[in-house]
Design a protein. Structure first.
Length: 491
């Protein structure tokens, strides 16, 4: 028996259990690189058993090299699939930078085309992510990339990328009985654009398994995956909540004669917008292939799902949307912040202080009109920050997401957030917004995008001023912030 398969794109048939290789980086943490040929042999065992779709990233230790070695020895067709990720530091994403990032993946994997290249971006306030995805699209047309995906994109930015013409097929996100965010807004975005999710963390690093049922919370967790998901478990309400979920899953597992892990994974896999679940593998150590195959021998019924929902009622939903754990506190990552990945978060905007008034600073976005019409993107005076009417202009003169007021609003609110932050404030300090809309048909999508962004810290808002927009703009937004006392430092 092999894992079920599905089409992620018309010519891309994948195993519905993908084999995740982040664990390679963890295995190599203290003892150096795995022996490539031996690890490649272990990987080949997965591929031969039908677990032939591998998920990697540029920073997963030597995973890409191991997969490359395995592919170079593979006989037969089709060859196993090598999915990887490119997670560059925020900065200008020129054609050269993007090509170099993609070429490095090709070289490490030893292939002429990456089957699926998934893009990660640390801060949407830095708009170069759209340049990167457009450049990747050109490289896809050239044949260097098979399909393009993203990882850890929230619903709003997935929608924005698609509205701006990026041909994405998938978004890889955390999704489990503990972290149910992907069943919310992201489900609607996936449905709207027929895009699929690849789910990780479905076993919470192994915590969602028979091994932990009725066991006390471990005092220390050494592996990265375990420490990451312990943060998720704590954010969801702690060990008791996990135990409630394990007990419910245990009862269902008993009924279907499968394991708790099977129930946890099956619950994710049964969501319509999920193409596959990525299960982490520690090469040459534990192997759970036989047990994981049981996933395809049963289905959850309505009673099972209701029981799992009841167990989840005691949990605190993980805050925000998918991917927020990489972008804002509480950073539910392996290290609890981004120190494994970045030294600092570069900003696309810089504050310029006013030589005549030490209380005042400005940011300019470099638009053609700023010097002509005599304004700046935003100005800070004391603790007040005023952000000019902002449109979805990318670079000097390209309008993003033509015709889509919701996606344009998302883009604009990122620019506003970046302006406030460059001036020493925080987007949470925004106390008022005002939205100008092209027509009444733009109101709902723009209002929803605004609502998604400010779900936790809603400002006062003067919306629905319809008319008077020039060019291709469907929306223009102004904002006003007062820097919170806890953050008051000069910009
Ligand atoms: N895009 C991203 O930001 C991102 C983030 C995290 C992960 N990922 C991807 O997702 C993959 C999955 O990793 P993860 O960290 O999320 O871990 P996970 O898949 O939730 O957990 C993997 C662990 O679960 C245990 N396990 C697997 N099958 C089992 C079974 N049938 N019964 C009992 N235990 C079982 C194994 O633990 P033992 O080995 O200890 O037995 C395994 O190491 C990664 O390798 C990576 O490819 C992506």
């Amino acid at each position: 028996m092999y894992p079920d398969r599905t089409l992620l794109a018309p010519n891309l048939s994948i195993s519905r259990i993908l084999t995740g290789l982040w664990q390679v980086a963890d295995q190599e943490r203290d003892r150096g690189s795995l022996e490539t040929a031996r690890a490649a042999e272990a990987l080949s065992g997965y591929a031969q058993a039908g677990f032939d779709t591998f998920d990697m990233a540029d920073h997963y230790g030597s995973a890409e090299l191991i997969a490359g070695d395995m592919l170079s020895r593979w006989e037969g067709s089709p060859r196993p699939l090598a999915f990887t990720k490119w997670c560059p530091e925020p900065g200008p994403m020129t054609a050269e930078v993007v090509r170099a990032g993609v070429q490095e993946r090709l070289d490490r994997l030893g292939v002429e085309r990456v089957d699926l290249l998934q893009f990660h971006w640390w801060s949407f306030e830095h708009p170069a992510w759209l340049d990167a995805l457009h450049e990747m699209t050109k490289l896809r047309d050239e044949g260097l990339i098979g399909e393009i995906g993203v990882t850890n994109f929230d619903a709003a930015h997935l929608d924005l990328a698609l509205a701006d013409g990026i041909p994405l097929v998938s978004n890889q996100v955390s999704f489990s009985l503990i972290d149910r965010r992907a069943a919310e807004h992201l489900a609607a975005t996936c449905k709207k654009h027929d895009v699929k999710l690849l789910a990780y963390g479905t076993l919470c690093g192994g915590f969602l398994s028979d091994r932990w049922l009725g066991k006390p919370e471990p005092e220390a967790v050494k592996d990265w995956s375990g420490s990451k998901y312990l943060r998720f478990i704590n954010a969801a309400g702690g060990w008791d909540v996990l135990q409630r979920i394990l007990r419910a899953a245990g009862g269902i597992a008993h009924k279907h004669e499968v394991s708790i892990s099977n129930v946890a994974t099956r619950w994710v896999l049964e969501h319509a917008h999920v193409a596959g679940v990525i299960i982490g593998a520690r090469l040459g150590e534990n192997q759970h292939r036989d047990d994981n195959l049981n996933l395809f021998r049963f289905e959850l019924d309505a009673d099972d799902k209701a029981m799992l929902d009841r167990a989840f009622e005691a949990a605190t939903p993980i805050p925000g949307d998918c991917g927020d754990e990489y972008r804002e506190p509480p950073f539910l990552t392996a290290s609890g912040d981004l120190s494994h990945h970045l030294e600092a978060m570069p900003s696309a905007l810089e504050a310029v202080s006013d030589p005549e008034n030490p209380d005042r600073a400005r940011v300019f976005s470099g638009s053609l009109w700023e010097p002509i019409a005599g304004y700046c993107r935003a100005v800070r005076d004391g603790e007040r920050i005023m952000v000019s009417g902002t449109t979805a202009t990318h670079g000097v003169d390209r309008t993003v997401a033509l015709g889509d007021s919701g996606a344009q609003t998302t883009y604009i609110l990122d620019k506003i957030a970046a302006s406030v932050r460059a001036l020493g404030g925080d987007p949470k300090d925004i106390l008022r917004t005002r939205m100008y809309l092209r027509g009444e048909e733009d109101i709902e999508a723009a209002a929803r995008a605004h609502g998604l962004r400010f779900a936790r810290t809603p400002p006062a808002n003067t919306t629905f001023l319809v008319g008077n927009l020039i060019g291709d703009f469907r929306v223009e937004v102004e904002a006003e912030a007062v820097v919170s006392k806890t953050r008051q430092k000069p910009a």
